[in-house]
Design a protein around this ligand. Structure first.
Ligand code: NDP
Length: 410
C-alpha cells in the first residue's frame, strides 16, 4: 500500500490518475493537486476510486513543501509543466519524498531543453536516500527504455538510433496541439540538434524531412528531424552511439498555422506591453487554443512511436524496429483522453509503480534507460501500451530530403 501526490491536472495528469486508480492494491492513497483545483475535482468524478484533491501553485516551493508535509506521500508524480521541475525536486528533498517527471526542466525565459539542471541534484538525492526518475513519459520515457531493451537483448553494440514519433490522428480543429500548447510550440520551433560522431550538430529547425511508412497500415507521413531531450541522455548513457536523431510527423496544416502565428509574433516568449499590462504572446495564444485534455472525444486515428536501432550482433550488421501503436478512440474509451496524453500517463504510472515496488528505487537522479528495462517493458504490455519488435533489412534507410523550413521556425 502506497501513497502518491500527482501534481498537474491536465491531459497527462488525468491519465496518470486514471491508471493509478486501476491498481488500487498498489496506489492506495492518491492526492491530485494542481493550480486550478476544480480541474482536479472534475477528474476525480471520473474515477472508480476516491481520490483527494488539493490546490497548489508549483511556482512556490513553500506551498509545495506544505502540501507534501501535510499529505506525507512516498512519491510525487510531476505532471505539471517543465518550468516546475526544480521547485518540485526542491520540495521533495525538503519533505523526504521520491520524485518522478515526464519532461526535463526548462527555464521560462529561454526555450532550452537540457538535463544538467536536474542532473546537478544527483548527490542531494543520494544523500537524502531518495529516488528521482526523469522523463518517464513516452518520448522521453518509453523510447529510452526501448533503446535500453534493444541494446540489452538484440545487440553487442548499438551504433545508430532514429526515434520516430508519428501521430496519424485527426482532432478536427484547424490548429491544436496534443500536449500543452506553450511547451509544444517552444519545442517544435527550437533549433534542431542531432548527435553525430561524438557531438551535437545544430541545424535550422525542421530542415530535414523524410516520408515514413508506419507498420500495420497506420499510414505514410512526412516526418521532420528536430531536437528532443532524450537525445542528450541516450547519447550519454550509450556512448557507442555514432548517430542519434529524433523525427516527428507534422501535417502541412499544422506547419502553415505555426508559420502565420510566428510571423505575426504570437509565438514569442518575451513579454510585451499591452495597455499597461505585461503579456507573453505564446501564453496568450495557449489560452486561445483547444485544451489538449479536451481533444479526446474528437480525435480519430492512431499513433506509432518507436525506435529504429542499428548496430552489430555477432559481427553482423543489424537493424531492429521497436514500436507501439495507440488508437486515440480506444484510449478515450478507457480513460477519456486522446492517445498522446495516454501514452505519456501510462509510463508515468509504470515508473511510479517500479519505484514504489523497489525495482527502480535507488537514491539519486536517474534517467529511465539507466535502470533494467525488462520490468518496465513487461508492464507496458500489461497496462495498455503493447509493443512489437521487428528485424528489418540492415540496408534500409529513411528516404530523407532537405526541406525549406517555414519562417515560423527560422
Ligand atoms: P496541460 O497543459 O494539459 O496540463 C498542465 C497542468 O499543469 C494543468 O493542470 C495546469 O494547471 C498545471 N499547472 C500549470 N502551472 C501550474 C502551477 N504553477 N502550479 C500547479 N499546477 C500548474 O499539459 P499536459 O498534461 O499536456 O502536459 C503535462 C506535462 O507532460 C508537460 O510537462 C509536458 O511537457 C509533459 N509531456 C511529456 C510527454 C512525454 O512523452 N514525455 C508527452 C506529452 C507531455 P491549470 O489547469 O491551472 O493551467
Amino acid at each position: 500500500m502506497h501513497s502518491v501526490v500527482i501534481i498537474g491536472a491536465g491531459g497527462v495528469g488525468s491519465v496518470v490518475a486514471h491508471k493509478c486508480c486501476q491498481l488500487p492494491e498498489l496506489f492506495d492513497d492518491i492526492v491530485l493537486a494542481s493550480r486550478t483545483e476544480s480541474k482536479c475535482k472534475r477528474i476525480a468524478e471520473q474515477l472508480d476510486k476516491p481520490v483527494r484533491t488539493a490546490q497548489v501553485d508549483a511556482d512556490s516551493v513553500a506551498q509545495l513543501v506544505s502540501l507534501l508535509q501535510r499529505e506525507q506521500p512516498e512519491l510525487v508524480i510531476n505532471a505539471a509543466l517543465p518550468y516546475h521541475d526544480l521547485n518540485i525536486m526542491d520540495a521533495c528533498l525538503k519533505a523526504g519524498v521520491h520524485y518522478l517527471d515526464t519532461a526535463n526542466y526548462e527555464p521560462r525565459e529561454t526555450a532550452c531543453f537540457e538535463y544538467h539542471w536536474q542532473w546537478d541534484y544527483h548527490q542531494r538525492f543520494v544523500d537524502a536516500g531518495l529516488t528521482a526518475l526523469l522523463g518517464s513519459g513516452f518520448d522521453p520515457g518509453a523510447t529510452n527504455v526501448f533503446t535500453a531493451y534493444i541494446a540489452k537483448h538484440y545487440f553487442d553494440e548499438i551504433q545508430q538510433l532514429d526515434i520516430i514519433d508519428v501521430n496519424g490522428g485527426n482532432h478536427g480543429y484547424p490548429f491544436a496541439t496534443n500536449f500543452n500548447p506553450e511547451i509544444n510550440i517552444r519545442e517544435v520551433s527550437a533549433k534542431c540538434r542531432h548527435w553525430e560522431n561524438g557531438e551535437f550538430v545544430t541545424t535550422p529547425p525542421l530542415t530535414m524531412r523524410a516520408h515514413y511508412t508506419c507498420p500495420e497500415d497506420v499510414g505514410t507521413y512526412p516526418i521532420y528531424r528536430m531536437y528532443h531531450e532524450e537525445l542528450e541522455s541516450l547519447s550519454k548513457h550509450f556512448p557507442s552511439l555514432q548517430r542519434a536523431q529524433f523525427w516527428m510527423s507534422f501535417s502541412d496544416d499544422y506547419l502553415q498555422h505555426l508559420e502565420v502565428l510566428s510571423n505575426v509574433g504570437m509565438t514569442g516568449i518575451e513579454p510585451i506591453d499591452y495597455q499597461g499590462q505585461s503579456i507573453v504572446p505564446i501564453q496568450f495564444l495557449a489560452q486561445l487554443l483547444p485544451d489538449p485534455a479536451a481533444l479526446g472525444p474528437h480525435t480519430q486515428g492512431k499513433t506509432c512511436i518507436g525506435c529504429l536501432v542499428r548496430g552489430v550482433k555477432d559481427g553482423k550488421k543489424r537493424l531492429i524496429h521497436i514500436y507501439n501503436i495507440c488508437d486515440h478512440q480506444a484510449c478515450f474509451r478507457e480513460v477519456q483522453s486522446q492517445a498522446i496524453s495516454y501514452a505519456t500517463g501510462v509510463p508515468a504510472m509504470i515508473g511510479a509503480k517500479l519505484i514504489l515496488e523497489g525495482q527502480w528505487r535507488q537514491p539519486g537522479v536517474w534517467n529511465v534507460e539507466q535502470h533494467d528495462p525488462d520490468p518496465f517493458m513487461a508492464d507496458m504490455n500489461r497496462y495498455g501500451l503493447p509493443w512489437k519488435v521487428t528485424v528489418l533489412d540492415p540496408e534500409f534507410q529513411l528516404d530523407t530530403e532537405e526541406h525549406q523550413a517555414t519562417n515560423a521556425v527560422h
